[in-house]
Design a binder for this molecule. Sequence first.
Ligand SMILES: O=C(O)CCC(=O)C(=O)O
Length: 278
Amino acid sequence: MSQPLKPATYAIREFHQNEDILAFHAEEFMLTGCTVIENLWNEAELAEFRTALDAIYTQQTAEIGGESQLAVIKDKNIARCLVSYDEVFLKMATHERILKLLTRLLGDYFILSLQNGIINLPNQPNYQTFWHRDLQYQHFTSSRPLAINAMTCVDNFNEETGGTYILPHTHHTEKFPSDEFVLKHQRVCNAQAGSVLVFDSMLYHRAGYNASQQIRRGVNTMYSLPFIKQQINLATATEYKYAADKFLSQFLGYDSDADANVQTWREKRIKRNLSQNL
Ligand SMILES: O=C(O)CCC(=O)C(=O)O
């Protein structure tokens, strides 16, 4: 990795050094709660994401009986569980660089927790523009991340279209900070389409207000340690179609769902033990 200008220091003996750019992203994530990976997707791939996302939203709106139904639960302009509708979103969720960073931060057993498409329409705030954590209603802190979000900027996130706002370090605080702190320390993450904002799911964040004339789409993919329940059961949503693939079946949570009864629990472990001892 090319060395940045060395900051002048005084009376310091120990320095953290990164062996590569991925290590820098991991360092930045651990210290602030957020890091941005730029240019992960090209224009052709982004065009594919846009078309697929819009089609899924149209399909899901029809499935539930129209937008008025979505309005009842304040779920307008959000498309859910994208991986089970179109494989381009599985490709998005399993980008090699993202998985490598997640392995550094979460270890080698994590699952896909949710994947939502956020369709941020011009001049129409929704509940995503309110501060929240993605592990909702939780007020404890953890020394290591429990879950991580990768927000793919499908369109440009900028001052006009509304970047994602974060409150740095707040994954390490229990309560939502004071109004004064929020106003002073909120930071907007603007990024070009194709970039990915990676942040701790406990970090307070919100969508920016879209004051432009264009739709601003993002896909929020959340990964978690396997003991955290998925928003939608991805084993049943994908009808176990990836069961033969060792990585995908673990990644989609086929192996981490609660077992139906004692016998199934034991049989699964016996089978696993026998295959490991072969
Ligand atoms: O669209 C954004 O910038 C943020 C979306 C968000 O807060 C979420 O999906 O949880």
